[in-house]
Design a protein around this ligand. Structure first.
Ligand SMILES: [Zn+2]
Length: 529
């Protein structure tokens, strides 16, 4: 007798073809049959008539390693049908932390992981201690973390010995099952690494059959060069490269989405193993300090805080931003498009824009930014509306572009319900499945499902997930195509998506009738040696 039969739904198998009415039978964590009118006995039958049945959704780019240890039920994700999160992105990972470095790593990551506790750990111990969660998890090791461990926040090339140390730490992480290396070349210390350093590490990935993902060196005025740098890594080594949260930031670059996608598509047509992902919002989220010229962080966070008090430093910052726009984000119309999201030491200002704060204090906006960072010890996280809807729709509307929330698994109560995080943490996949399909008609329902399932699985090299077929793992979502939608907004972000009734992870029911069962069947998926 099978464990479960999902009867009568519109089965969308994740490969992009048209949905067909069929039953799906599951047993011992696997899909055992997908056919119309199955006559197999099952311990439980779920009636899916009028709903769609799809493979569990893959969130290919997240930072939930910062919250899953605190919120293992992964509420904001699993309630959208997400069953697999790829974490350790943008060069940031909580491991390895060499003896005596946990406090430094905590300070470095505080604006992204304000509630996580850090400890000295090898990557292997970290992976082994990762808690059971509601979603499956793929771990990556971060280049920023590795560089912090070898050269701190120093702006210089690595010595031969330091590079050897970094290679050793990378190999240890890969041996412990890390899927690959992520980079964050947009911020210190990743931006202190030249292309040759990344290529040297990519050759290690090549030897281990591991992957590379990158938050590129620039997403604003230098975005085309940055895409070429990422493609060059795949071209030189054959390592699969995932370009993270593709976007065009800054007014100078608006309207370039089709041309930017064209660069990546041309490489794919040459046979270069490169993919990209995106989130469906015109607003980004980042530590506030990353908007400033990169030299401001040299030597570490305490050095930055001291520097920001100096009048001449502020003058130089003001001049450089006036000339070249913000680092990573380019030209914005004003500081009214930058709003405080998480502010560990000044939570009363969450939701206000920096423009508003400057007016209230009757100071120049750059002074308001510098004062704010000092008072918040550099840990402020902001939202910045730096893209256009047209570019976002072009990128997220491309069927081959995978979907990554760039967000953490949160919950509407408890520690992770603080502040006003980006609504993408709660709504990314539901927004593409619902409004992007129904209202904007950017994709068919089948295309939307495929880009979050089969296409994402292929980008990751996963063969037994992301598709509804006999033998595959039973990660399954049942949702109402007419109702599925994101509910989170910038003003009211802690709101779960709607329209998802059932979610299975490794065959276990996690969402049942729209409610969380408390089940934690997810596991760390380790890269096969
Ligand atoms: Zn990123």
């Amino acid at each position: 007798m099978d464990d479960l039969l999902i009867r009568g739904g519109l089965v969308i198998d994740g490969r992009g073809g048209r949905g067909v009415e069929a039953d799906v039978a599951l047993h011992e964590g696997r899909i055992v049959a997908v056919e119309p009118h199955l006559a197999r006995p099952a311990r439980r039958v779920i009636d899916a008539r009028g709903q769609a049945v799809a493979p569990g959704l893959i969130d290919i780019h997240t930072h939930s390693d910062f919250t899953l240890p605190i919120n293992p039920r992964a509420e904001s994700k699993i309630r959208q049908g997400v069953t697999l999160e790829v974490v350790g992105n943008c060069g940031f990972s909580a491991a390895p932390a060499l003896p005596g470095t946990a406090a430094m790593l905590r300070q470095y990551l505080a604006s992204s992981a304000p509630w996580l506790s850090f400890r000295d750990t090898t990557f292997a111990d970290y992976a082994a201690a990762f808690p059971p969660t509601s979603v499956n998890v793929i771990l990556q090791v971060g280049h920023n973390t590795l560089r912090l461990m070898t050269a701190g926040l120093e702006n210089r090339p690595l010595t031969v010995d330091e590079l050897a140390t970094m290679v050793r730490l990378l190999e240890e992480a890969l041996a412990a099952g890390a899927w690959g290396l992520s980079s964050g070349l947009f911020t210190a210390p990743g931006n202190f690494a030249d292309a040759a350093e990344i290529l040297a590490l990519a050759r290690v990935l090549q030897q281990h059959g591991a992957a590379y993902s990158t938050h590129m060196r620039d997403e604003a005025d230098g975005v085309f060069d940055a895409v070429r740098e990422a493609i060059a890594v795949a071209e030189a080594t054959g390592v699969h490269v995932q370009i993270a949260h593709l976007k065009l930031s800054g007014a100078n670059n608006w309207g370039g989405a089709a041309r930017l996608l064209g660069e990546i598509e041309a490489a794919r047509q040459r046979g270069v193993p490169v993919d990209c992902d995106a989130y469906p919002y015109d607003t980004a989220s980042n530590p506030l300090r990353n908007l400033l010229p990169r030299w401001v962080m040299e030597g570490g966070i305490p050095a930055m805080l001291e520097r920001l008090e100096v009048r001449d430093v502020r003058t130089r910052l003001r001049d450089e931003i006036a000339r070249g726009g913000l680092t990573n984000f380019g030209r914005i119309p004003s500081w009214d498009v930058v709003r405080v999201a998480i502010s560990p030491h000044q939570p009363e200002h969450v939701g206000r824009t920096l423009g508003d704060i400057a007016r209230a204090r009757q100071v120049d906006p750059l002074d308001a930014v510098a004062d704010y960072l000092v008072a918040d010890r550099g840990e402020t996280r902001i939202l910045i509306t730096s893209m256009t809807d047209a570019d976002v729709h072009t990128i997220s509307g491309a069927p081959w572009v995978t979907v990554g929330s760039d967000g953490n698994a949160l919950a509407i109560s408890g520690v992770t319900s603080q502040g006003k995080p980006h609504p993408r943490f709660y709504g990314t996949h539901a927004r593409v499945l619902g409004p992007y399909v129904r209202d904007l008609r950017l994709l068919t329902l089948e295309q939307a499902v495929a880009k979050m399932t089969g296409t994402a699985a292929r980008a990751l090299g996963l063969v037994d997930r992301g598709v509804l077929r006999p033998g595959a793992w039973a990660d399954v979502v049942v949702f109402d195509p007419a109702r599925v939608a994101d509910c989170a907004t910038y003003d009211d972000p802690h709101r779960y998506a709607t329209g998802v009734s059932t979610v299975l992870v490794n065959g276990a029911v996690v969402i049942d009738g729209g409610d969380h069962t408390g089940a934690l069947p997810g596991r760390v998926l380790r890269r096969a040696a």
